[in-house]
Design a protein around this ligand. Sequence first.
Ligand code: SF4
Length: 327
Amino acid sequence: MPLSPLEITYSQLLDFRRCRLRWYWMYQKNLLPIVEREYYAFGRAIHHGLCQYYLHGHDIEVAQTAFSEEWNKYKEKLMEVNYYIDSDDEWLNKSSAMGLHMLEDYHFLAKNADKFEVIMAEERLKFSIGIVQGREVFLAGTPDMVVKDNKFYWLKEFKSTTNMNDTDWVELDEQASIYQFLAQMKLLVPIHGTFYSWLNKSLPKEPKILENGKMSKDKSQPVSAVDIAKKIEEFGLDHHEYKDFMEVMRSKYVVRTRVHRSPTEITNVVKRSLQIAQDMVNPEIYCSPTWNCHWECEYYKMCVAYQDEADLEPIEKAYFKVGEVTW
Ligand code: SF4
């Protein structure tokens, strides 16, 4: 009988290297937290809104509706598993307002700046990369989008972040390299690199209007370009006077960067994935505790009990369900 194939994603590769125990619980025992973390659900809703935005010709209303529908599913999920109380509405609504505003800020830039064709969006891709100990290994993932400008094909990835100054790490973004490989195999064209869009995960304040009726140009204000434009309109201000201010503030809420990836980089990420897959077949399982486990890992409670060789079953039943990772 042929051995079952091994399907690996970027998240799985990351988890395996981060902590084998965590990987074992998540991908081998299929134990998933009953309640998904808020930032995963929020990120998914934003990504979905942005993909729909492009698929419907830069339609901000479609984007915001798609975001809201996805975000509301998170509330429904909380209710379904009895993790919701009325006061949760306060932070759920705040996150909702933030998401809608992030999309508006994005639209403010993208409506005029984007000159590319959408080739593919939110499509699950999967390709065989080799055989390890008799098991066929597939690399899989769902890139946000593939687009084409007048010269090249690009992977287009959205990132929501609370730190807009920390974007240099994408030079080594392994997820994008894997997605680039998958997109190349699907479309049979070279993908030149990754075109990142960074969205500031924060809710800006209203721009301040001074006593003389003009708008404050204080750049330390947490205000975004779209609200500045609204104030210019509302108070009949001179657009030219605020052009530089608007440009500076826009870059605090939406930034774009492009990273080229060479064919060698792509080949190497596939090779590395296969090497890690080799270790995933009959692996030794051990944990790798670090200072940030308590906020980074959903299995923290389980892990504390595991260290003490205590009975894990009550914790499993209370906080986890059996299911397949879909990301
Ligand atoms: S809490 Fe830390 S050591 Fe324990 S499973 Fe999670 S990542 Fe591993």
